[in-house]
Design a binder for this molecule. Structure first.
Ligand code: T4K
Length: 400
């Protein structure tokens, strides 16, 4: 990654040199220290034990449980299957209130387990499920809430947990983005009945593919253990329906080798986030997500909202112009889950009922954020945005 242009520059889309010679992606997966990884690999290869809740997965569960302050950690092959198992473990039936402003996995998990998703609008500033609107969505068939701590920003957990208590609902938090987040001094997994984290390669801590259900009730851990292993309770006993949701020893080995790197990565990203904020918050038309007060963040990613009036370009126009700079920003989460052909006929998917989510899907852009990007990398992304904005008229003509 090397500099190819200075601070006052012509956007690449208008013939200037791109900000980066090679594409810079929205994130870059952490790679483990080789020696640490080899140590863990040797354990797996030496034991010739590759899966079925072996010692390396068990150690990873214990270490993650400790790191995240959870009562239990049940490891799964990915976050999506972990979400499905979490819903099944609570023995639910009926409707689940959720957000459309999320990755498809959240809503697919609801549908895949035979439940009906009910979309509810998000708060315009925190981008998370709006508890007041969620209360309006709760009806006679509602059995649970499935809010998402979107981009690692804690939901209004007090209001949602109070709603769940008042209406006799269960709450599963999709905490795929929230590994290590703490809110008001408490680990994020302390809220709700269960929380689900993703260990996908794009996450701040990962096992290439992987995920986990976090909770407190040991009986629930037992149910999850059965669900992820075909319902097998012993050599001669299969108890109910199960799936194959196991994390392999090889994936867990990667996780154990990466756990020590997560704190440093978080710190590096915190510094880069500060830099982005310093450089962009004064720029008219660029807004940041309002983070819940008293939150220890994990800086999983860097999302901005582009107001076309103030910025002079739409989010999509900026996205195109950044591509020309070799900045591969991403439009998470566009399209909304409620726009998916599988769900768009649901009454709750009516765009008129989801104005904030629709606005955010048109406006939010995730910019590159990973430790290796460095301050200079952030500087160049910001310079490119400033230059694109300063040449908004010409950029607009060039992209249409
Ligand atoms: N709930 C929520 C709210 C979620 O966001 C997700 C997943 C889930 C549930 C489900 O959890 P999992 O079943 O996935 O554990 C990515 C991830 O695949 C997905 O895990 C994640 N959310 C989502 C937000 O992002 P894509 O399709 O955008 O990924 P992709 O392949 O375009 O990668 C993005 C960038 O990451 C690449 O440009 C470069 C970098 N990257 C990617 C991979 C795969 C790496 O550096 N190394 C890699 O190996 O979905």
């Amino acid at each position: 990654m090397s500099a190819v242009s200075g601070p006052t520059r012509t956007p690449a889309l208008l013939g200037g040199k791109p900000a980066f010679e090679d594409p810079v992606t929205v994130t870059r997966a952490l790679s483990p220290d080789r020696a640490l990884f080899e140590q863990q690999l040797d354990r797996v290869l030496g034991a010739r034990w590759f899966t079925n809740h072996g010692p390396v997965v068990q150690e990873l569960e214990a270490r993650v449980r400790e790191r995240l302050g959870a009562g239990f950690c049940a490891a799964f092959c990915n976050g999506t299957v972990a979400l499905q198992a979490a819903l099944v473990s609570l023995d639910l039936e009926g409707e689940v209130v959720t957000t459309p402003f999320t990755f498809p996995a959240t809503v697919h998990a609801i549908r895949w387990t035979g439940l009906v998703p009910v979309f509810c609008d998000v708060d315009p500033e925190t981008w998370n499920l709006d508890p007041a609107r969620a209360a309006e969505r709760v009806g006679g068939r509602t059995c649970a809430l499935l809010p998402v701590h979107v981009f690692g920003n804690p939901c209004d957990v007090d209001a949602l947990d109070a709603l769940a208590r008042a209406r006799g609902l269960r709450t599963v938090y999709d905490a795929a983005h929230a590994f290590g987040v703490r809110h008001r001094g408490r680990p994020i997994a302390e809220f709700g009945d269960l929380s689900v984290v993703s260990f996908h390669a794009t996450k701040i801590f990962h096992t290439a593919e992987g995920g986990a259900v976090l909770g407190r009730d040991p009986a629930c851990y037992e149910r999850l253990a059965l669900l992820r292993n075909f319902g097998i309770a012993g050599e001669e006993e299969v108890r109910g329906i199960g799936s194959n949701g196991k994390l392999s020893e090889l994936h867990a080995a990667l996780g154990l080798a990466l756990l020590p790197a997560e704190a440093e990565e978080r710190l590096a990203r915190a510094g880069l986030t500060r830099r982005y904020r310093e450089r962009l918050s004064e720029l008219e038309g660029v807004c940041f997500q309002r983070i819940a007060p008293d939150t220890e963040r994990n800086h999983y990613n860097l999302a901005v909202e582009i107001d076309p009036e103030g910025f002079g370009l739409t989010r999509d126009e900026l996205h195109r112009a950044l591509r020309a700079e070799n900045v591969v920003a991403r439009k998470y989460f566009h399209p909304l889950c409620s726009e998916n052909p599988a769900y768009r006929e649901l009454p709750s998917a009516d765009p008129a009922e989801l104005p904030n989510a629709h606005r955010l899907a048109r406006r939010v852009l995730c910019l590159p954020l990973f430790g290796e990007l460095g301050e200079e990398g952030v500087e160049r992304v910001c310079e490119a945005i400033v230059a694109i904005r300063a040449n908004a008229g010409a950029v607009r003509r060039a992209v249409c």
